[in-house]
Design a protein around this ligand. Structure first.
Ligand code: COA
Ligand code: UVW
Length: 333
């Protein structure tokens, strides 16, 4: 059975409630219809009810009637959510009047529904930028205990590829934190190993990527990766991790043996941790488009509740997959 089929089956059993704030967006509405038809999750759609009903009719969607619909602009419970938001953010200077206005923003309302216990998770980003999806999540839901930095991993499904014997690699950070410190990079590596284990079912072997392998180049950027590897080993002694490694040394056995003799990870890595968001985001998009990988994610790691962001280039099936992953994540929290 494929990984996504297993995840979808698990989601069916869990019957979690996922909020989709972009409720009137075409791919989102079509994904919601499929999710409800297959009973992968219960769904809350945010948006104008009449518009959702009209579009559902136009696209012959029969199951969106099973969704709970909340119109952020015409919400009888607006004050309740404004009060909640005000309590969470008043120490940051937010006034009740400002909170009232923010509850009309579907991305804020979605995270407030999670905080109020009415939804288990959220998937958004088909038409909003990552920054706009993440900001309310950071402000309202915040990070898990013990985690200071949220990051985004992609499950890269690569079939019949000699360098990917398990058919899957996990890449991070591809979505969130532009320029991590060594200590933040170590945290990202540990979170990504956990994602690889819990969502992809891998025994993680983590490569900390750089443009240098074991001192072949000398630069402050390589030193950061070396230091991050040291911190990750110290914080998570159970972790199979090595760095700094170039990408070929990480995944090609013959190159790994040559460039990093004695390394238990070189040539065998299944988790690739990139030194910056620039490198991670560019790499995942190139592997997706040029190598034909199925890129599932970004799966956000380190958030106190599962909130996942889509690429604006996503398909209906990408949304369905991410909702199933979100439901699975919420079961582990
Ligand atoms: C995520 C992002 C929006 C945060 O930027 P920002 O709003 O300027 O962040 P701020 O520094 O103002 O912080 C806002 C809040 O988020 C928190 N925060 C910011 N980045 C965080 C992270 N990576 N992990 C956890 N919390 C974070 C801050 O602590 C702050 O919390 P507070 O208001 O309770 O004190 C920004 O880092 C970003 O745009 N990243 C790139 C996303 C992107 O475009 N990715 C590529 C496509 S997927
Ligand atoms: C994850 C990502 O890169 O998202 P987008 O393509 O929407 O910027």
């Amino acid at each position: 059975m494929t990984l996504m089929k297993t995840i979808r089956e698990n989601a069916q059993k869990l019957s979690k409630c996922i909020v989709l704030p972009e409720g009137t967006e075409e791919r989102t509405l079509k994904a919601a219809d499929y999710i409800l038809k297959e009973k992968l999750a219960r769904i809350i759609l945010l948006g104008n009810k009449t518009e959702i009903e009209r579009k559902s009719q136009e696209w012959s969607l029969q199951f969106t009637t099973n969704a709970r619909i909340i119109d952020p602009l015409n919400n009888p419970d607006k004050e309740k959510y404004a009060e909640l938001l005000y309590e969470i953010r008043k120490s940051k200077g937010l006034t009740y009047e400002e909170a009232l206005v923010l509850t009309e923003d579907p991305l804020y309302l979605a995270t407030l529904l999670i905080k109020a216990g009415e939804a288990d998770g959220e998937v958004a980003g088909a038409m909003n930028s990552t920054g706009n999806v993440l900001r309310p999540a950071f402000q309202i839901v915040k990070t898990m205990p013990g985690i200071s930095v949220v990051s985004g991993a992609f499950l890269m499904i690569l079939k019949d590829n000699p360098y990917v014997p398990e058919n899957i690699l996990v890449f991070a950070d591809c979505a969130v934190h532009p320029d991590p410190t060594a200590s933040e990079l170590a945290e990202i590596a540990i979170s990504t190993a956990r994602t690889a284990q819990s969502i992809a079912g891998l025994e993680p072997r983590v490569a900390m990527l750089s443009f240098s392998t074991k001192g072949s180049a000398k630069h402050a950027l390589c030193d950061k990766v070396i230091e991050a590897t040291r911190i990750a080993k110290e914080k998570a002694p159970w972790l199979q991790i090595d760095g700094e490694l170039q990408a070929d040394a990480a995944i090609v056995e013959s190159v790994g043996i040559h460039k990093a003799p004695g390394s238990l990870i070189a040539g065998k890595a299944n988790v690739l941790v990139f030194p910056s968001l620039e490198t991670g985001n560019i790499a995942y998009k190139l592997v997706q488009r040029l190598a034909g990988a199925e890129a599932i994610g970004p799966v956000l790691q380190g958030m106190a509740a599962p909130i996942n962001d889509l690429s604006r280039g996503c398909s209906v099936s990408d949304i369905v997959n991410l909702v199933a992953i979100t439901a699975t994540q919420s079961a582990g929290m």
